[in-house]
Design a protein around this ligand. Structure first.
Ligand code: AMP
Ligand code: GLY
Length: 424
C-alpha cells in the first residue's frame, strides 16, 4: 500500500516510524514532514491545508490511504473534500469529517454533545457578545476558580483558568467584546473548574467499532515541577499508573461507549482517532475536552507500545471492520522527553545546528521542528525533537529518555528532566 501522512511534527514522525515497519507498507509519503521523517519515507513539499495540491499528489502517486495528523485540515474539511470528489472518494481518509471535527473545533458543540449523551463533564454555559451581561452575572454565581474557553481553535491558548471574579469578568469582556482570540472567542464557554489529575485517552473508531489505544500522560508546562507557561507538550508517559483497570473500565462505560453511541445516534460519521482529555477526580473520569486527532507528544509514547500492524488497524477504520483487527499492547513503559528551542514557548531561537543524535543509545529520536540547511540538521520549530524510550521498568524508561536527551546538543537546548517522575 502507498500511504500519505499529513503533518510535520513529532506525532507524524511516530506514525511514520510505526507505519514504515509494516510489511503492508510499500511507499510512504509525509507532507510536509521534517528532517527526521525522511528515514521512514519521502517528504512532500505540500501544506496540510492545500487540498488541491494534495489531490494532485494523491492521484499521481497512487496513494491508497491518507492519515491526517493535525486538527486543522480536519476542521477545514479535508475528509469531506475527498468524499465530494469523484476521483478521490474511493481513497480512504483516516480522520473525521468536518462535522465530527467540531468535537475539537467548537467547545460549545462538544459540551452540548456531552450533555446530550450524559457524558460526565463540568457544568457550563455559553455566552456571546449579545449575552455578555448575562455572562458577567453568571460568573458572579459560578464559584472559583472558573474556566473560560474560547469556543473555536485558538492554537492551544484559548483556555483561561481565573482565580478571582474580577479577573474572570475582565477576561470575559476581552474575549467577547474585544475579540481577544479573534473569531475563536466570539463565543465563550464558562465552565466549572475540575480538581484532579489529568490524562489522555485515545480511541480509534470506524464509526461503529472502537479500540482503546494505550493511554498517556502529557506534561504541558515549560518548567520542572509543572511550573511556568503552557506549551504544546514537554513530554509524555504511557502507561499511566493511576489509570488502572477499574478506572479504565469506568472510562469505557461512562465516556467511550456513550461517545461512540452518541455519534451514531446523532448521525455523525466518524473514522479516525478520538482523543479524550480526562480529569481523574477521586477515581471518577470527567471529560475536559475532545480532540479529533492523536495527541502530541502522547503519540510518541503510544506508537512504540502498539505491537500489532498499524496499517491493519488503519484499514479497519477505513473499511469499517476494526472489530476484526488485532490490537496487542506492550506492557512496557514508554517515556518521551521533548527537546525545545531556547526561549520557547515565547519568541525562540531557530536554525540552530543539532548534533549528537548518533550518541543516543536506547531511545528513538523522533523529529518535530527540524529541517536541513543543505548539510546539517537544524531546528525550525519550538518543539524540536522527541526522545522516546521503551523499557520494562518505568524508572529505567524515564531515566534513559532523559539521559539520551542530554547526549544531543544545539544552541539554547532545553528539556525537562522530571518527566514522569511524579508517577513513580
Ligand atoms: P483545553 O484547551 O480544553 O485542553 O484546556 C487546556 C487545559 O486547561 C487542560 O489541559 C486543563 O489542564 C485545563 N482545563 C481545562 N478545562 C478545565 C476544567 N474544567 N477544570 C480544570 N482544568 C481545566
Ligand atoms: N498533548 C496535547 C495535545 O496534543 O493537544
Amino acid at each position: 500500500m502507498n500511504i500519505l501522512i499529513l503533518g510535520s511534527g513529532g506525532r507524524e514522525s511516530a506514525f511514520a516510524w510505526k507505519i514504515s515497519q509494516s510489511p503492508k507498507c510499500q511507499k510512504l509519503f509525509i507532507a510536509p514532514g521534517n528532517a527526521g521523517t525522511k528515514q521512514y519515507g519521502t517528504n512532500v513539499n505540500l501544506k496540510v491545508t492545500d487540498f488541491a495540491g494534495i489531490k494532485t499528489f494523491v492521484l499521481s502517486n497512487d496513494i491508497n490511504l491518507v492519515l491526517v495528523g493535525p486538527e486543522e485540515p480536519l476542521v477545514k474539511g479535508v475528509h469531506d473534500f475527498f468524499l465530494a470528489d469523484e476521483q478521490l472518494k474511493g481513497i480512504p481518509v483516516v480522520g473525521p469529517q468536518q462535522e465530527a471535527a467540531q468535537l475539537e473545533g467548537s467547545k460549545d458543540f462538544s459540551k452540548q454533545f456531552m450533555q446530550k449523551h450524559n457524558i460526565p463533564t463540568a457544568a457550563y454555559k455559553t455566552f456571546t457578545k449579545d449575552t455578555l451581561q448575562d455572562g458577567l452575572t453568571y460568573l458572579a454565581t459560578a464559584g472559583l476558580p472558573v474556566v473560560l474557553k474560547a469556543d473555536g481553535l485558538a492554537a492551544g491558548k484559548g483556555v483561561l483558568i481565573c482565580l478571582t471574579l474580577e479577573e474572570a469578568q475582565q477576561e470575559l469582556v476581552e474575549m467577547l467584546a474585544e475579540a481577544k482570540f479573534g473569531e475563536a472567542s466570539s463565543s465563550v464557554v464558562v465552565e466549572q473548574f475540575l480538581q484532579g489529575i489529568e490524562l489522555s485517552v485515545f480511541v480509534m473508531t470506524d464509526g461503529t467499532h472502537y479500540k482503546i489505544l494505550p493511554e498517556a500522560k502529557d506534561y504541558k508546562r515549560i518548567g520542572e515541577g509543572d511550573t511556568g507557561l503552557n506549551t504544546g507538550g514537554m513530554g509524555s508517559v504511557s502507561p499511566v499508573p493511576f489509570a488502572d483497570a477499574a478506572f479504565m473500565q469506568k472510562v469505557e462505560e461512562k465516556v467511550i461507549i456513550p461517545t461512540i453511541e452518541g455519534l451514531k445516534k446523532d448521525n455523525i460519521p466518524y473514522k479516525g482517532f478520538i482523543f479524550i482529555g480526562l480529569m481523574n477526580t477521586n477515581g471518577e473520569p470527567w471529560v475536559i475536552e475532545y480532540n479529533c486527532r492523536m495527541g502530541d507528544p502522547e503519540t510518541e509514547s503510544v506508537m512504540p507500545r502498539i505491537e500489532s500492524d498499524f496499517i491493519e488497524l488503519l484499514l479497519g477504520v477505513a473499511e469499517g471492520n476494526l472489530n476484526e483487527k488485532e490490537l496487542t499492547i506492550s506492557p512496557k513503559t514508554a517515556a518521551t522527553v521533548v527537546m525545545v528551542a531556547g526561549g520557547y514557548p515565547g519568541e525562540y531561537l531557530k536554525n540552530k545546528v543539532i548534533t549528537g543524535t548518533e550518541n543516543v543509545r536506547e531511545s528513538i529520536v523522533f523529529h518535530a521542528g527540524t529541517g536541513t540547511d543543505g548539510e546539517n540538521v537544524i531546528s525550525t520549530g519550538g518543539r524540536i525533537l522527541a526522545i522516546t524510550t521503551l523499557q520494562d521498568s518505568m524508572f529505567t524508561a524515564l531515566q534513559q529518555a532523559t539521559a539520551d536527551a542530554s547526549r544531543i546538543y544545539y544552541d539554547g537546548m532545553y528539556f525537562r528532566r522530571d518527566i514522569g517522575f511524579d508517577l513513580l
